[in-house]
Design a binder for this molecule. Structure first.
Ligand code: TXA
Ligand code: MG
Length: 351
């Protein structure tokens, strides 16, 4: 089913009453079709989470292996029971996390309710759930009256889109509708945790994916258990892989090398290197005659500014005909820097 269709783009003006737009998107979704829509993290490729046929098309359009489950988006924490069955011993913890971080960029992995189709969870007995803060995603979920299952709106393994034009480049001609509400405010995919009791029976979270809700933000609230990523390096349909833990992911088409900012870099002859620099003033930036230098935080916004711009700049460098290889500078690994380094390591991983 690779037929090319016309992808409609509708602009959302955040100053307007957009309920008619959400209703239109909900109508497309209710018919079993796909809509790409913004969240505060990245653009998602949405389908009615309770319609297995629609969700199957998400996998098809993204060329995503069926062992990699989707996140289900709710319009309000009140609706959590629609998709998850929270065991009594985790109720307090889940409520505290929801109060602290929802709506927002936190995804919780919880035992699933039977209404959630197998295809959403890849047959797992858990479901990943979040309540995004973006009004367009929440408004559309509300208009649909069902949760929306939405992975990032990119082809599998590629860079997540943080703008409607990036979605168009990834999936244009394959989906019915894109809601364009401009750039995403976080720019990195949500933090994923599994609420658990630790070996002493104390509440904890297993950190499955680093993201905008940082380790530091969990401190004082709940213990964080680091989950070791699986060693798998390539997607293999038949391999039992821990979901979302593929080493090569978030990858540009070009080679990406991760280098320390205080290191000198030895370029190969005849290769055109572009530097993706943190603030543009490192030893690395001065050490070599770069064909291009792109700066993640050109203002004084530091890591927060870099996070919002990271994927858009990776995408821009990937498309730049004047460079062959992207050299990314290491970032400080505190706060949101941990999530950025996670993405850069995967982008640099062997494919
Ligand atoms: O910010 C985000 O999370 C964005 C926006 C659109 O909400 N979504 C997103 O979805 O990044 P996706 O599909 O690109 O990444 C979801 C990750 C995958 O790595 C998947 O393996 C993991 O969530 N996941 C989903 N369900 C899971 C489950 N039951 N247990 C463990 N991991 C799960
Ligand atoms: Mg993704």
């Amino acid at each position: 089913m690779d037929s090319v269709m016309e992808t409609e783009i509708l602009e959302v003006d955040s100053l307007e009453d957009n309920r008619a737009l959400y209703a239109k998107a909900a109508e497309v979704l209710a018919a079993g079709n796909l809509v790409a829509l913004p969240t505060e993290t990245v653009y998602g490729l949405g389908a009615d989470a309770l319609n297995p046929t629609a969700v199957a098309r998400v996998f098809e359009v993204k060329e995503r292996p069926s062992f990699d489950p989707l996140i289900v988006h709710l319009s309000s924490p009140k609706n959590l029971d629609q998709v998850a069955v929270v065991p009594d011993e985790l109720k307090d913890l889940v409520q505290r996390l929801a109060e602290e971080f929802w709506p927002g960029p936190l995804t919780m992995v919880l035992p699933r309710a039977s209404v959630v189709p197998d295809i959403v969870t890849s047959g797992l007995d858990t479901v990943a759930v979040r309540v995004p803060s973006h009004p367009v995603m929440r408004g559309t979920v509300k208009a649909l009256g069902h949760p929306i299952a939405a992975p990032s709106a990119n082809r599998f393994g590629r860079i997540s889109p943080t703008s409607a034009s990036a979605v168009m480049k990834e999936l244009g001609g394959k989906i019915e509708l894109i809601l364009d509400a401009g750039a995403c405010s976080e720019g990195l995919e949500s933090t994923i945790v599994r609420p658990v009791l630790d070996e002493k029976g104390k509440p904890a979270v297993e950190l499955l994916r680093e993201g905008p809700v940082t380790r530091e933000q969990f401190r004082g609230l709940v213990k964080v258990i680091r989950k070791k990523p699986a060693k798998k390096e390539v997607a293999d349909e038949n391999a039992p892989v821990a979901p979302g833990q593929l080493t090569s992911h978030y990858a540009p088409g070009k080679r990406l090398i991760l280098v320390s900012k205080d290191e000198e870099f030895q370029p190969e002859d005849g290769v055109r290197y572009g530097l993706l620099s943190y603030e543009g003033d490192s030893v690395l930036a001065d050490s070599c005659d770069w064909d291009k230098v792109v700066i993640m935080s050109p203002g004084n916004g530091r890591l927060a500014e870099a996070a919002v711009r990271l994927f858009a700049l990776m995408r821009q460098m990937d498309e730049d005909p004047e460079i062959d290889v992207i050299v990314a500078e290491e970032l400080p690994e505190n706060g949101i820097g941990a999530a950025m380094m996670d993405r850069l390591r995967r982008a640099a991983a062997k494919r």
